[in-house]
Design a binder for this molecule. Structure first.
Ligand code: IPM
Ligand code: MG
Length: 356
């Protein structure tokens, strides 16, 4: 059966990096992978064309697709818009609208890039951690939220950090299932010493642990987790945490690997359907220059093949090809050592296609 993949380039460097992913997918298709690609609009690009960051059509396309590949959204041009029209709402709306509550963010250090990390090679070499971030709840979506004016005329901003037991339980199960297939260690990150909602989070994780005797569960406060990530990151196998903590910790984890330009992600619903995107943003500072690193997007395609399309061999091919171009010494500026020659986005993409 032909699988439909919706391609949403988005804004900034999104179209440039996604173009390289399309080259890779076209190549796999030519080699017999039964897929069909469709393009759609999201973020600022959708706002410009249709007046909304997540047009109904795009959500319908995403629902009808077997998997979605997204580039990035956002840019300075859109920052003055009313919040509901900003590009980020396109991304958040897709996550919520498709029920993509489980966000997997692997941070793997390619040995070839040990020198690209700002941390010492001996601290990061062999790094292989997976952050499981809750993606459709918590403070990102909690009500009430807003900015109100108090009686004395002063403004007050407020957001709500809220989790139901059922929401904690389903992300917990995701994480335990994954941990059991990896190193069998799960660290739940919370702020249970201060926030009631994350005390509940911890209780639910402890309860779930009874069902997964093969997984060793530990707990860490988020401040300590941030410190441990840069102090001794290899102590972690799988980490599970709330939406906002996961947003922050995954950026920190990205830098352990040398560049945020290397990190893919998968956002999955209860049935394993997913949206795949690099964890970096739209990088408006380098957009249009052809220098962005496409590897996080290509690795996101590999995750898509593995998690949503059940094509592990094709996923392996992409990951091996990425390893090979790194072996060949190809580097976009973000992963180049001082003085090392660099290649552009398209050159890197072409090299991966050739290595396939
Ligand atoms: C991410 C991004 C998004 C988030 C932004 C663009 C809304 O930072 O995917 O990590 O905060 O979730
Ligand atoms: Mg982020």
């Amino acid at each position: 059966m032909t699988r439909k993949i919706l391609i949403l380039p988005g804004d900034g460097i999104g179209p440039e990096i996604v173009a390289e992913a399309v080259k890779v997918l076209d190549r796999l298709k030519a080699d017999g992978l039964d897929i069909e690609l469709e393009q759609g609009l999201v973020g600022g690009a959708a706002y410009d064309a249709m007046g909304h960051p997540l047009p109904e059509e795009t959500l319908a396309q995403a629902r009808a697709a077997d998997a979605v590949l997204l580039g990035a959204v956002g840019g300075p041009r859109y920052e003055a818009l009313e919040r509901s029209l900003r590009p980020e709402q396109g991304l958040l709306g897709l996550r919520a609208g498709l029920g993509l509550f489980s966000n997997l963010r692997p941070a793997i250090l390619y040995p070839q890039l040990a020198d690209a990390s700002t941390l010492k090679p001996e601290v990061v070499s062999g790094l292989d951690i997976l952050i499981v971030r809750e993606l459709t709840g918590g403070i990102y979506f909690g009500q009430p939220r807003g900015v109100r004016t108090l009686d004395n005329g002063e403004k007050e901003g407020f957001n709500t950090l809220v989790y139901r037991e059922s929401e904690i339980e389903r992300i917990g199960r995701s994480a335990f299932e994954i941990a059991r297939k990896r190193g069998g260690r799960l660290c739940s990150v919370d702020k249970a010493n201060v926030l009631e909602v994350t005390e509940l989070w911890r209780q639910v994780m402890v309860r779930l642990a009874g069902e997964y005797p093969d997984v060793e569960l530990s707990h860490m406060y988020v401040d300590n987790a941030a410190m441990q990530l840069v102090r001794a990151p290899r102590q972690f196998d799988v980490m599970v945490t709330t939406n906002m903590f996961g947003d922050i910790l995954s950026d920190a984890a990205a830098m352990l690997t040398g560049s945020i330009g290397m990190l893919p992600s998968a956002s999955l619903d209860a049935a394993g359907k997913g949206m795949y995107e690099p964890i970096h943003g739209s990088a408006p500072d380098i957009a249009g220059q052809g220098v962005a690193n496409p590897l996080a997007t290509l690795l996101s395609v590999a995750m898509m093949l593995r998690y949503s399309l059940d094509e592990p061999a094709a996923a392996d091919r992409i990951e091996a090809a990425v390893g090979r171009v790194l072996d060949q010494g190809l580097r976009t500026p973000d992963i180049a050592a001082e003085g090392q020659p660099t290649v552009g986005t398209a050159e890197m993409g072409d090299a991966v296609v050739a290595a396939l």
